[in-house]
Design a protein around this ligand. Structure first.
Ligand SMILES: [Zn+2]
Length: 283
């Protein structure tokens, strides 16, 4: 089974016509009667044709156009129950973060939570966030983190987006499965070191299509640290499709040819694409 662990529900055609920074109100895609605008679901399913399951992320970060609310993601998951697994997002700075998450999981049926210090402007190792982590542990859902930099979050705290800032959270909540997205660009070695240290931590390779040298080095580091089994397949759709991501991943095998650089094995690359993500996350 192939699982794309990092997708957004936005239309790819908007990304193509407006670029990475286009303005687009996702909520207009969901009509008052609970159905979607014509072509919306078909376009998403078309983009996801290569994968068996797509984890679709809500993002509670209102200043950015990647924002998607929990109700929207829940509606898409209900419309496409065979394909879509919805993850919630709540703002840790909000006084209602804990009940918001409880409702998203128990009532809306979402099966994980996305958090991002750089987009949501919070300190992940602050005690103020611990009640939210306690609720996440109680609900038994995984966390997917946008750690690393962002091209959009000009005023977000980059220092809070470093993977090592999660070390204390991982030590205090060893029961919570977590994924670091985008290989924590540009801190891939640190992400790999963290995955080696923490049994419950995984790293996704999303948004890597245009960075072959970076991803090649990250996979070499994962081989050296013996954690290639913790790399998860992910596209960051609509910015890239799963097909583009798989092709770019397999093309990495060419990089060391004719050089003395470390070779990648096709088994490792295919292992990333075919990982049993649902079993790993227990969802
Ligand atoms: Zn993303």
């Amino acid at each position: 089974m192939i699982v794309d662990v990092h997708t957004h529900p936005h239309r790819r055609s908007v990304k193509i016509t407006q670029g990475h920074y286009g303005k687009y109100n996702l909520e207009t895609e969901l009509l008052p009667d609970g159905t979607f605008q014509e072509g919306f679901v078909e376009e998403f399913l078309n983009g996801m044709a290569m994968v068996d399951k797509a984890i679709v992320l809500a993002v509670a970060a209102p200043p950015y156009w990647i924002t998607a609310n929990n109700e929207f993601v829940s509606a898409l998951a209900k419309r496409c129950p065979d394909k879509v697994i919805g993850f919630a997002s709540v703002n840790p700075n909000s006084p209602t973060a804990v009940p918001d998450l409880e409702r998203a999981v128990r009532t809306l049926g979402l099966r994980g939570v996305k958090l991002s210090p750089i987009y949501q402007n919070f300190e992940p190792d602050s005690r103020a966030v611990y009640p939210l982590y306690e609720k996440i542990r109680e609900l038994g859902v995984p966390i997917i983190w946008h750690q690393g930099t962002s091209l959009m979050a000009r005023f977000g705290p980059l220092e809070a987006a470093h993977p090592v800032r999660l070390d204390r959270v991982l030590r205090d909540f060893p029961e919570i499965k977590m994924i670091l997205s985008h290989l924590c660009y540009p801190w891939a070695t640190e992400a790999i070191v963290m995955a080696r240290k923490h049994p419950q931590l995984y790293v996704d390779v999303s948004a890597m299509v245009e960075r072959p040298w970076f991803v090649y080095n990250a996979i070499v580091a994962a081989m050296e640290y013996g954690v290639t089994d913790k790399l998860l397949f992910a596209s960051d759709y609509p910015w890239y499709t799963p097909d583009e991501t798989r092709d770019a991943l397999y093309a990495l095998i060419e990089i060391p040819k004719g050089t003395g650089l470390p070779r990648l094995s096709m088994d490792v690359l295919e292992g990333i694409v075919n990982r049993d993500v649902l079993g790993i996350l227990g969802i």
